[in-house]
Design a protein around this ligand. Sequence first.
Ligand SMILES: C[S@@+](CC[C@H](N)C(=O)[O-])C[C@H]1O[C@@H](n2cnc3c(N)ncnc32)[C@H](O)[C@@H]1O
Length: 257
Amino acid sequence: MHWPPVSDLTCRSFLAVVRELLETKASATLFTAVQKWAYDNDQGDFGAFVRQMKKVDPKFYPRLVEALSNGQIDSKLWLIETLKAVLPERRYHVSLLGGWFGILGLMMLWLMPERVRRVWSYDIDPDCESVINVLARWRYDDWAIRPITFDMYEVPLAPPYAPDDERNWIFAISENGPDVIVNTSCEHLGRFPEWYARVPEGRVVALQSNNFFACPEHVNCVASIEDFKQMAPMSTVLYEGRLSLQDYDRFMLVGIR
Ligand SMILES: C[S@@+](CC[C@H](N)C(=O)[O-])C[C@H]1O[C@@H](n2cnc3c(N)ncnc32)[C@H](O)[C@@H]1O
């Protein structure tokens, strides 16, 4: 098992250690040793993450390994660095659509706390909510992150929220809805224009897609950033770019809808 020297302990290197724990189906003792190593190096949040990861059902390990792959983590770091560069410094309510296992949400809380008030992570797959319920439990006390099982084609992103008052709290992340809407799963949306029409004009939106056409679940890949811009028109583009990964390119657009 590769432990980075403490001087190189970053979010990326830490998550690589966690990925290795899952890949090797490490013993509880090893999980605890990594947890202690994080605490001993004043990385309390990383320690808490390992403590919680130890409680996740191992049947989810293969999918978590995928969510913690270098390509995934680099793409999330790219998004976070970009948001930090383009967003004025204040704390935003953030909605993640297709938020998967909440890794991006947690990374945002770790790496840009000065710009995040709350994160709501929507995913259509109920497994995602159940994993986040374990993984991010220690951030529930301050309501920093919440997972919700919901189809993003149905998620209201501005008032009026839901006809059913019971569910209003789910959507009313703030009085006007989320300040920042993030969707890094655009390649999964066969009806992308229908989803994009739900994003209120004037709202900050951060989108990622890719040209990994070979994956059967990718029903809406784009070949270039130009194609992506055509698919997701914005009144102001704050950032556009391409990240070359091992097997494909990822594209990102951040702007005002
Ligand atoms: C493989 S994951 C994430 C891939 C993406 N490239 C990323 O890095 O975030 C795609 C997620 O989108 C979710 N998803 C797909 N269609 C959805 C929908 N209509 N509403 C909500 N979540 C959806 C899936 O359940 C899955 O967790």
